[in-house]
Design a protein around this ligand. Structure first.
Ligand code: FAD
Length: 531
């Protein structure tokens, strides 16, 4: 097979992939027998000539050496090199009970599925509800403001990613990424995620997918319990001997993979109390900002904005405030999405963003956050949690103490002058209340944002328009704590405990959490036998 890279194709091209490959390889189109897209990115740097940039894998009727010899010197055509993966060989140590996976987010799902595929019949304990019940609970919260601490945007089947944009972009380079993408496609994601440079799934597809992955875990001999919160550990001589569920039921086990996410604050406290090795880590907090999607499309695509081959545009912005020594950046940008209420504790307001597969809401939203260091929070291991909670509770009060969120237009935030009309109606539900965001964020955050917004406006014209809407507060960007572990994914203090995913502090986002769960499960498989 041959690999073509850097193949630039106009967004208006009507040529088939075989035609494009044949032209590049300088062979007749009839000689091309198979073309597979391995990557497609968009190059929108030149607004009057936006192109797709493809990498293709191509099979031809002609000997590959012959094709290559005619193209000598073309560095964009080469023989495809298959990456060799080390086979996973189960270990010898005998488990006293089947392995337990705590949490059914992306990390827990991939850990449980990997264990199940190798015959380890994992037991999965998830504190929230199955995705159907959870979807009803979340919709009820968004409609009525009646919050459910047991079943919400952070807790339940699929974890924090279920009500999300389902972006799969990650900085992690991992040969197993392809495997994870295949699992997602098999469970219902669009096959294009396999090759898009910036793939996304959409909350509508995610809700179907997570259910199918659970069904697969069960079909392979695993078991999944919802409403099962791990509230205690039984540790003897530094070794895990069991888990306590809902404060009453003991589950004996010697191996547990903890994929608890960044919002299980009670569980962090419990683990800390049990002497599990952990440390404070940096995170970020700020606001969500909303614009008409057309404004972002115009800035990114210029005259080509609205072209049917181009989806809703995204952006990534960074600004470093030298004097304050802080960085403001956009985070979890959701083209064509909505701002969502993502609290997991009573009396707190937390924002986040989600979108459907179609990304067709007409609204672009993104978090604008500023980095927070452990010293800002008091420097204790768990003080980042108290810090986040403090600002979530202030936002709750500013919003009217009924889960409505405080909003402020950019013009009002920057100048204090009378608020301009909203550029887009705030999409956060159950609703919003005009407020001063400075009252529910640290000064260093608002000062950095105030400097960053004009800079962002230079990069995306109209970004800091007076009517752009900011909703507060965005606090759950990543875990404020890291559960220390070794290179085999094993806790630094408790034998048998495997901290995984975002909550462990080693991943950020759906893809990297899923990969982390997969690799931790592989580490368990390498150590123990399933018999
Ligand atoms: P989580 O997904 O948080 O899962 C942890 C699970 O553990 C939860 O289901 C929780 O209920 C359970 N749990 C916790 N404690 C216990 C306990 N004691 N006992 C039993 N169960 C427990 N990332 C992206 O990459 N792209 C996006 O587009 C994106 N959008 C997002 C939008 C929203 C609204 C939110 C909230 C997050 C978004 N994220 C996104 C972040 C992403 O969802 C997380 O990075 C990812 O889900 C982390 O996976 P995880 O498995 O480590 O943890």
């Amino acid at each position: 097979m041959l690999r073509i890279t850097n193949l630039r194709v106009s967004i208006d091209s009507t040529r088939s992939l075989a035609e494009l490959a044949a032209k590049k390889l300088r062979i007749p189109v009839e000689a091309v027998t198979e073309t597979v897209i391995s990557r497609r990115a968009l190059d929108a740097r030149r607004k009057n000539n936006i192109t797709f940039v493809y990498s293709l894998e191509v099979k031809t009727r002609l000997p590959e050496g012959q094709v290559l010899s005619r193209l000598r010197g073309d560095k964009d055509v080469a023989l495809l090199q298959e990456e060799a993966k080390t086979p996973l060989v189960p270990g010898q140590e005998v488990l006293t009970a089947r392995p337990v996976v705590v949490g059914l987010g992306p990390a827990g799902m991939l850990a449980a599925l990997t264990l199940a595929e190798y015959g380890y019949r994992p037991l999965v304990l998830e504190r929230g509800q199955d995705v159907e019940t959870r979807t009803r609970d979340v919709a009820h919260f968004w409609q009525t403001g009646q919050f459910n601490g047991l079943s919400n945007v952070q807790f339940g089947e699929g974890g924090a990613g279920t009500f999300s944009d389902g972006k799969l972009t990650t900085r992690v380079q991992d040969p197993y990424m392809r495997e994870v993408l295949d699992i997602f496609v098999e469970a219902g994601a669009d096959p294009e995620i396999r090759y898009l440079h910036k793939p996304h799934i959409g909350t509508d597809k995610l809700r179907q997918m997570v259910k199918r992955i659970r069904q697969r875990i069960i079909a392979l001999g695993g078991e999944v319990e919802f409403g099962a919160c791990v509230t205690d550990l039984v540790i003897k001589d530094g070794c895990l001997e069991g888990l306590v569920v809902n404060e009453t039921r003991l589950i004996p086990c010697s191996v547990a993979l903890f994929g608890i996410g960044h919002s299980a604050r009670d569980t962090y406290h419990m683990l800390y109390g049990k002497g599990v090795a952990m440390e404070a880590k940096p995170f970020a907090i700020g606001v969500r900002i909303e614009h008409p999607q057309s404004l972002i499309d115009q800035a990114q695509y210029g005259p080509m904005a609205g072209h049917p081959a181009l989806g809703a545009a995204d952006y990534a912005l960074v600004y470093h405030h030298k004097a304050i020594g802080r960085t403001a950046y956009s985070f979890c940008m959701c083209p064509g999405g909505l701002v969502v209420a993502a609290a997991s504790e009573e009396s707190g307001v937390v924002t986040n963003g989600m979108s459907h597969y179609s990304r067709a809401s007409g609204i672009a939203n993104s978090a604008l956050v500023v980095n927070v260091n452990p010293e800002d929070c008091g420097g204790e291991v768990l003080s980042g949690i108290a810090f986040q909670r403090h600002y979530e509770q202030l936002a709750f009060q500013c919003g009217g103490a009924n889960y409505q969120a405080p909003v402020q237009t950019v013009g009002h935030f920057l100048t204090g002058m009378a608020p301009a009309a909203y550029l887009t109606a705030p999409s956060y539900r159950p609703g919003v209340r005009d407020a001063e965001l400075r009252k529910c964020l640290p000064d260093f955050v608002t000062a950095t944002l105030a400097q960053a917004l004009p800079d962002f406006d230079r990069k995306i014209r109209g970004f800091a328009q007076p009517g752009a809407v900011m909703t507060g507060v965005e606090t759950r960007t990543s875990a404020p704590v890291r559960l220390k572990r070794d290179e085999n994914y094993l806790s630094a203090s408790v034998v048998g405990l495997y901290p995984i995913g975002e909550g462990a502090g080693y991943a950020g986002g759906i893809m990297s959490a899923a990969l982390d769960g997969l690799h931790a499960a592989a580490a368990v498989i390498r150590k123990y036998t399933s018999r």
